[in-house]
Write a protein that binds this ligand. Structure first.
Ligand code: FMN
Length: 152
């Protein structure tokens, strides 16, 4: 390992998690000089983790659940890699229900997966029917915070 290889492994259905993965990759490359690979888990569900120092996992939420391939990916042994998680969720985009989204989709998930100890997590707003709760500026700010916590 060369100390800066970073994987962003994500699953998206309505596009938001994919867009946010792109934003995060740009920030990590430009601000921190990290070598970042983006992998859509629907196309490659088993990327070779051995080459990475940092693993960032992204998933959308539907019907109260992470997307299946992201959920499966979370079962990996991330060993001593730095791990981070970001989600796209309708309820996370509304201030009144944001905390509920964090509790349901992040905190409970981590309780069930104690082998995963992320350095940073966040749930961003999503897009569905006529609603658009996306917030690229929030994603950029999060990626800047994240870069400070990763192996660089
Ligand atoms: C069929 C359907 C079910 C959804 N269920 C939930 C839900 O249970 N909780 C939630 O917070 N958002 C829910 N959403 C909103 C999604 O989280 C939102 O579309 C988000 O952008 C999905 O991520 P993606 O764009 O990367 O696929 C749902 C959206 C759809 C279309």
């Amino acid at each position: 390992m060369n100390g800066n290889k970073t994987l962003i492994a994500y699953v998206t259905k309505s596009g938001v998690t994919g867009e946010n993965a792109e934003i995060i990759s740009h920030i990590l490359r430009e601000h921190y000089g990290l070598e970042v690979n983006l992998v859509n888990l629907k196309k490659n569900s088993k990327p070779d983790l051995s080459q990475y120092d940092n693993v960032i996992i992204g998933s959308g939420i539907r019907m109260g659940m992470w997307y299946g391939k992201a959920n499966k990916f979370l079962k990996n042994d991330f060993k001593d890699k730095k791990v981070a998680i970001f989600l796209s969720s309708g309820t996370a985009g509304d201030l009144e229900t944001y905390q509920e989204a964090i509790t349901k989709y992040i905190n409970k998930k981590l309780t069930k997966n104690p082998h995963v100890k992320p350095v940073l997590t966040e749930a961003f707003g999503g897009r569905y029917s006529n609603f658009d709760y996306t917030d690229p500026e929030k994603v950029k700010a999060w990626a800047i915070e994240l870069g400070k916590k990763l192996n660089v």
